[in-house]
Structure formats: C-alpha cells, structure tokens
Design a protein. Structure first.
Length: 157
C-alpha cells in the first residue's frame, strides 16, 4: 500500500500569482525573435521576457511571417542569414504588412555589414556575440522605451 500524501489547504488569496501575470496592466511590446538555431532564439526570447518585453521565437521565415500575422510585432530580431531567405528580406516582408515594425539583425560574422536604410530607418546589425545586457538596452532604445519609461524598468537592474 502506498502512503497517503497530504497537501496543505490554502486560501486562493494565498496562492502566489505568476510573475508574468502579476502586472498584466503593464504595456509589454512584442518582439519576434527569428533564428535558425532554435535554442538560441528561445534563449533570446526568454531573456527579453525576463526584462519586461513580450517575446516569441520562430525558427524560419514562414514561421515568422505566420507568427507576425497572428501577433503583430513591434520589433523583429532576426538572423542575417536564414534558410532560404535573408534577414533583410524577412524584415521587408514583415514591414510590408506592419510598416511600424522595427528591425535588428544578428550576424555570426565579426565584420558586420553596413546596410542601407530601409524605409528611411537604419537597419541595425549586431554581432550574435553581443552581451545580453547590451542587446536588451538596444531593444529598449530601438523601441524608444528608455525615454518613455514603459516596460523597461528592469533595464536599470
């Protein structure tokens, strides 16, 4: 016979609210992270989520476009080189539907390319080896949250 397990009975008011739901009224811009390496894309999305952004990962261009159509992103972070398409082409396709979407591209190469402006906005290209704190700061800067103080309070930590 197995021993009986007794769990304590607690009031619903004593149950802790998950951090993600604790402040559901706070504005959290959506960042779509697209990377050919799923582990890296998930890790980056998780890092951004921990710093107050709503982030979701996709692993190729078709998934990214489908995700963007369901949840329009305010920022697209994509590998410069994706299977069958470049990050620039993906950014153009997303911006065609969502013109206000900003773009940050990540490159595995040390010599970062100088990219022309796209739709009068510069295309930011960062090394994939960028420090996570620097990337979070760049995301906040790109979304202009640093000046507004919306959802970026964690950046001061």
């Amino acid at each position: 016979m197995s021993p009986l397990t007794h769990f304590p009975v607690v009031s619903i008011n004593e149950v802790p609210v998950p951090i993600s739901l604790a402040d559901a009224t706070t504005y959290r811009p959506l960042v779509l992270v697209v990377g050919k390496e799923s582990v890296a894309a998930e890790a980056l999305a998780e890092t951004l989520t921990q710093h107050g952004f709503a982030a979701v990962a996709a692993y190729d261009a078709p998934d990214a476009i489908e995700t963007a159509l369901i949840m329009p992103p305010e920022l697209l972070i994509a590998d410069l080189e994706l299977p069958g398409i470049t990050g620039i082409e993906l950014a153009s396709a997303v911006k065609e539907v969502f013109p206000g979407c900003k773009t940050i591209l990540l490159s595995a190469h040390d010599d970062l390319p100088e990219l022309a402006h796209h739709d009068a906005e510069p295309i930011v290209v960062l090394s994939k080896r960028v420090d996570p704190k620097d990337l979070v700061a760049r995301v906040a800067e790109t979304l202009k949250l640093a000046q507004k103080g919306n959802g970026a309070a964690a950046l001061s930590n």
